[in-house]
Design a protein. Structure first.
Length: 518
């Protein structure tokens, strides 16, 4: 009986097996006598608690598709051993370099994953009315999948999405993962709700507890990082840039970092920049439609073709109670031909609406390639009882067109400034005003908002790297302690614990903008 046959048929207790693809002959799978190919690892029957370990500074060619599942508190682990650079799994022309299908309780760490056609890492399934739990990806460098994307989400470097009807995912963690330099669409894509059924007549079941953190996605055809179809999602401390660079894609358009059909999701401490698109979008962040109770805070978006942040509603439903606060947006709107322009863009279609949009204590450096409003919000339907506010924001612009908003959006306690010498444009509904006093008097908006230089430190900063001193307030700034109390008179309100720079939110009067320090 061969060692491989024994492993596949009789392995019952958790154990560790080793792979050294530089070894001249195939062994028993021990550290002293390792397997020398992916075929051995793929043929084994893996059980809870098992470890599959690849030797560092070696390369294994082909697809890694191990079988079996772990159990709660005893996952199957794939990792590295020895010293040197991470082991490489080179998927070559396989459709995916690493594949898990209808499997759960796996943890994969410390690998470089190269190639594959449609996918670098692909986690999926096809079992209807089921759930898959606990897929953890850590410290992976995934790049070089070579399919040429034609539409966003048709492929990806890290692509986690079940395909079974009503199949959902729970407990997904992606951290310290780099997805980059590829012609496939997605960088890191987690759709926890699986197959989308149009006009099904019943709410789609959602997955839960998805975290993507401390990861990077760049030089990609479509989206950088996207989580979708879930409750309780977290995107934090990620960096996304140079996404949406597909030369011939059509259809739905990409965003750097965003969430769709996400309930109770937090997006914080991320940097998103230099994102592009072949048509619309091409922005930094996006609270897309079917999103409820999302908070986007402490992020830095800059130098992208489209917007910094979008709020969307569609599909006959309202997007409810979504918040954008303590963020810095700089120098977006770099591609004048894109259809969606503005640092802040609000839009609905197909019977969708926005119920509760709160935009407060952000700082904007608005320097678009063409004259466009900082906030474009008239092409949207608003409804419900949720607050619609744009308050305590600093706008430092170089163009004359400042706002294009509906009368239902309440603007106040902002600071506006433009270096443009042209006549200003303040549009509320169908009314256009060319001076600030006319706008205040004619619209009854921004009554407590000055048009004055906010005296920002380095107000035109837009380089890569989270600002540390730029956009703080200089002494004598009119923005100091002149902000509104966002939660005054409300019982369902929490303004958070800190500002963009880590300063605590003061009691009483706050600063206008993303900086709350002295």
């Amino acid at each position: 009986m061969t060692a491989l046959a024994f492993t596949a048929s009789a392995q019952t207790a958790s154990a560790s097996y080793y792979v050294d693809c530089s070894a001249k002959k195939n062994g028993s799978g021990s550290e002293a006598s390792p397997w020398n190919s992916l075929a051995a690892a793929n043929a084994a029957a893996w059980h809870a608690g098992d470890h599959l370990l690849f030797k560092r500074a070696t390369t294994c060619a082909g697809q890694l598709a191990p079988q079996g599942s772990g159990i709660a508190n005893s996952p199957i682990v794939i990792d590295a051993y020895g010293s040197g650079k991470p082991p490489i799994i080179d998927g070559g022309d396989a459709d995916e370099a690493v594949k898990l299908f209808n499997q759960q309780y796996w943890e994969i760490s410390n690998l470089e994953i190269v190639g594959g056609n449609h996918y670098g890492v692909h986690v999926s399934g096809d079992t209807s009315n089921s759930s898959l739990s606990h897929i953890y990806l850590r410290h992976l460098d995934v790049h070089g999948a070579h399919f040429q994307s034609a539409r966003r989400a048709d492929s990806g470097e890290v692509f986690i999405s079940p395909a079974g009807s009503a199949q959902v995912l729970h407990d997904i963690l992606v951290e310290y993962v780099s997805a980059h330099d590829s012609t496939v669409s997605e960088g890191i894509h987690v759709s926890a709700g699986g197959l989308w059924i149009e006009n099904a007549g019943t709410p789609q079941p959602l997955g839960s507890n998805v975290t993507v953190q401390n990861s990077t996605a760049y030089n990609l055809a479509g989206d950088g990082i996207l989580i979708a179809e879930l409750t309780n999602g977290l995107l934090q401390h990620n960096v996304v840039h140079h996404t949406g660079i597909c030369p011939k894609c059509t259809g739905s358009t990409p965003v750097g970092l965003w969430e769709w059909y996400c309930k109770g999701c937090i997006v914080q401490f991320n940097e998103s920049y230099a994102n592009d698109s072949w048509d619309g979008d091409g922005g930094d962040f996006d609270i897309d439609y079917y999103n409820d109770d999302n908070i986007v805070q402490y992020n830095y978006g800059h130098d992208s073709s489209g917007y910094c942040i979008a709020f969307f509603g569609a599909g006959g439903r309202a997007s409810r109670h979504n918040i954008f606060r303590y963020n810095i947006c700089a120098n977006d709107g770099r591609k004048p031909e894109l259809s969606r322009q503005g640092e802040v863009f609000l839009h609905t279609w197909e019977g969708g609406s926005l119920d509760g949009v709160e935009i407060y204590n952000n700082t904007f450096y608005w320097n678009p390639a063409r004259n466009a409003p900082l906030i474009a919000a008239t092409d949207a339907t608003y409804g419900g009882a949720g607050p619609l506010i744009f308050k305590n924001n600093i706008v430092f612009a170089t163009v004359p067109w400042m706002i294009q908003v509906p009368s239902s959006l309440i603007l106040d306690h902002n600071v506006y400034w433009t270096t443009s010498k042209e006549a200003q444009v303040w549009q509320v509904g169908d009314k256009v005003f060319n001076t600030y006093p006319d706008y205040q008097a004619g619209s009854n908006q921004d009554i407590h908002s000055p048009l004055a230089d906010p005296k920002l430190v380095d107000p035109t900063y837009h380089a890569p790297g989270m600002p540390t001193t730029a956009f703080r307030l200089n002494p004598g700034s009119i923005a100091v302690r002149s902000g509104a109390r966002i939660c005054a008179g409300r019982t369902d309100c929490d303004v958070g614990k800190q500002d963009f720079f880590g300063n605590p939110i003061p009691f009483g009067h706050v600063n206008i903008g993303a900086y709350q320090g002295q």
